[in-house]
Design a protein. Structure first.
Lengths: 299, 331
């Protein structure tokens, strides 16, 4: 009798142990590979307030000195920049330009694809999917030719706008698709009512439908803003004059110089550059996972 | 109007004719023209940024275009002859590309499956699995240059954490992770693996969450272990998502080089010396560092072709529906 009872107990203990073991394995597989990533983020914050280079994650003193670039000229090794703000301005032009080119086009096309019958509608939708799958980055050489032909290369601020245009062109298929989905969710009756009251199709789109899908449009707009803000490859390839570098290319040129690295300053600039992204990341976690699902961010 | 007039063949013919004419009058016939008014900015942008580049890449591959990109000289197949016979980098580049794509794909398609199953099936508390999934998204959200900077710190022999961690485990601690070949390639795989893991994880997680819970409960009640549930219920149902993620990621890996370019900063030679120059990056550096645009285009025409073949296969195998909803589970 007693042995049977202890047998049960042993079995229960064994089951509990197995259960514990299961969770140990699950959590270690999920969390151990995250150590590098989380430590990097921690370092970025620690380093930007540290007086010298950290050793591991341990800071050396506490200072705001690294953020002096916000009001002082910046010196990185051999290069000196009088002021950070024109560079920030370039990044803003790039980001705002991307949104300005991308969203109106996508909103118009998304509406037509959602609500109108025209020959080639299904074919266009298939095309959008195909374009989304097709890797745009391998077209950089030909896009460089097109920028040259359009007279947008080596023209300072115009080149920035050209880069925004290319960025918008590469992103527009997916945005159209997402906005089409938002238009699909609006009941037809609303449009009928507007048209009975004498609105044209365009007025209906402009005055009735756009206000309704503002949340959708702003989500997509934020995504493309972040895309433009974080853009590196296109800007690095097409923008050759230093006074028109966006922050990403500016940082890259500093990293590439090797000569002398002021880690504190570098981390502070990087953290400053990350602020909009962190804010957006904190605000839109749910949407982020959802839009990732439809592939708004390409992998 | 009298009924026999209204139904007479002449009258019907006339109204039909008028209706047909009306279609061709702009303004009054918005039904036919309007969609194209709405679609035209889209089509213009698409033609300039997608169709034209594909055509230009194809043409440029058969030209000698150097220094100034607008000055092309048709030279027939010379670029391709050079790729297959004279270019000594080609074999190495193919080897590095195959290594890169296959290793990163293993992380992106299969390790992400493990992540998804663990966060959705094993961890029952939604906030915890949500937090873990968001943490895995960090590498993807971070701009490429910042991500590269973070890795620069992590691998730094003096102030970074990597060698300290490896040293405490008794593993080798190379001084220069960036430029010592086997280590630089490991680094390349890790850096890109972190970025890609979240894509598969999200698609798989959505698919697993859409499986009715009752199936799991029934299996457990029948005495199945967790491993058996994964093996016999989750995996078979995830057949299409797995296939989708694998092929999709395969295509994007073949053509991706942004993170390699960002981490191995400092010009054309750095990535080449570190032996992490994949095919797409080789094409890029031929064009933009060596100013041999024609040759770069010839190299990238292979990638364009691979892309088109993949898209053809996508439509054949998945069809339109499955491509739009890759995480749909057919129970």
């Amino acid at each position: 009798m007693a042995s049977k009872k202890s047998g049960y107990r042993a079995a229960i203990r064994k089951a509990k142990l197995m259960n514990l073991l299961k969770y140990v394995i699950v959590y270690s597989v999920l969390l151990i590979p995250l150590i590098p990533i989380l430590s990097m983020i921690a370092w970025l914050i620690v380093q930007s307030f540290s007086e010298g280079p950290t050793s591991g994650l341990i800071p050396r003193g506490f200072t705001f000195e690294n953020f002096r670039f916000l009001w002082h000229p910046i010196r990185f090794g051999l290069s000196e920049y009088p002021n950070i703000w024109p560079i920030v301005g370039n990044s803003l032009i790039l980001a705002v330009g991307t949104v300005a080119f991308e969203i109106p086009v996508a909103a118009l096309a998304g509406y037509a694809l959602s609500r109108m019958k025209f020959p080639g509608r299904v074919a266009t939708m298939k095309l959008i999917v195909a374009l989304h799958a097709f890797p745009g980055v391998i077209l950089l050489i030909a896009l460089f030719y097109i920028l040259n032909r359009l007279g947008l290369y080596g023209k300072g601020i115009l080149t920035l706008i050209g880069v925004a245009l290319v960025k918008a062109g590469l992103g527009v298929p997916m945005d159209t698709w997402i906005l089409k989905g938002f238009f699909d969710g609006i009941p037809w009756e609303l449009e009928w009512a507007a048209m009975v009251d004498g609105c044209s199709r365009f007025q209906t789109w402009r005055k009735i439908l756009l206000p309704i899908i503002t949340p959708g449009i702003s989500a997509v707009a934020i995504f493309s803003f972040m895309g433009g803000w974080g853009e590196f490859l296109l800007a690095y390839t097409y923008i050759k004059r230093r006074e028109f570098y966006p922050i990403s290319v500016f940082l890259y040129s500093v990293i590439g110089e090797f000569v002398f690295v002021d880690w504190g300053l570098l981390a502070a600039v990087a953290l400053f550059y990350m602020i909009p992204i962190l804010v957006f990341y904190a605000l839109t976690q749910k949407t982020l996972l959802k839009l990732q699902l439809v592939g708004a961010v390409k992998g | 109007m009298k009924r026999y007039v209204r139904e007479s063949p002449i009258f019907l013919g006339l109204t039909g004719f008028l209706k047909r004419v009306k279609r061709y009058i702009p303004g009054g016939v918005s039904g036919k023209v309007l969609p194209f008014f709405f679609m035209s900015p889209f089509f213009i942008l698409i033609s300039v940024m997608w169709f034209a580049p594909v055509g230009i890449t194809t043409y440029m591959a058969f030209t000698k275009t150097q220094w100034t990109i607008t000055n092309m000289q048709f030279i027939g197949l010379d670029n391709f002859v050079r790729i297959f016979t004279r270019d000594i980098r080609v074999v190495d580049t193919i080897y590095i590309t195959v290594l890169y794509v296959s290793s990163v794909l293993a992380i992106n398609a299969f390790f992400s499956l493990v992540l998804a199953i663990f966060t959705t099936y094993f961890i029952k508390k939604e906030p915890i699995s949500m937090a873990i999934r968001l943490a895995w998204l960090i590498p993807r959200i971070t701009p490429a240059v910042i991500y590269a900077l973070l890795w620069r710190w992590f691998i730094d022999p003096n102030i970074g954490l990597l060698n300290t961690l490896l040293g405490s485990l008794g593993l080798p601690t190379p001084r220069d992770w960036l430029l010592t070949p086997p280590y630089s390639q490991i680094l390349m795989i890790a850096v890109n693996g972190y970025v890609g893991a979240s894509f598969g994880m999200i698609i798989y997680s959505a698919a697993i969450t859409s499986i009715p819970r009752d199936i799991f409960h029934a299996a457990i009640a029948d005495g199945a272990t967790d491993l058996q549930v994964c093996r016999h219920i989750i995996l078979p149902l995830l057949k299409w998502p797995i296939f989708f993620v694998t092929s999709w990621q395969c295509l994007s890996l073949i053509s991706s080089y942004e993170h390699i370019l960002a981490l191995w900063a400092g010009g054309a030679g750095v990535a080449r010396a570190a032996e992490v120059e994949v095919w797409a990056l080789y094409a890029y550096s031929k064009a933009f560092y060596a100013s041999e645009y024609g040759y770069g285009a010839a190299l990238s025409i292979f990638l364009v072709a691979i892309g088109l073949i993949f898209i053809f296969i996508f439509f054949r195998v998945f069809g339109f529906e499955r491509m739009m909803q890759p995480s749909k589970v057919e129970v």
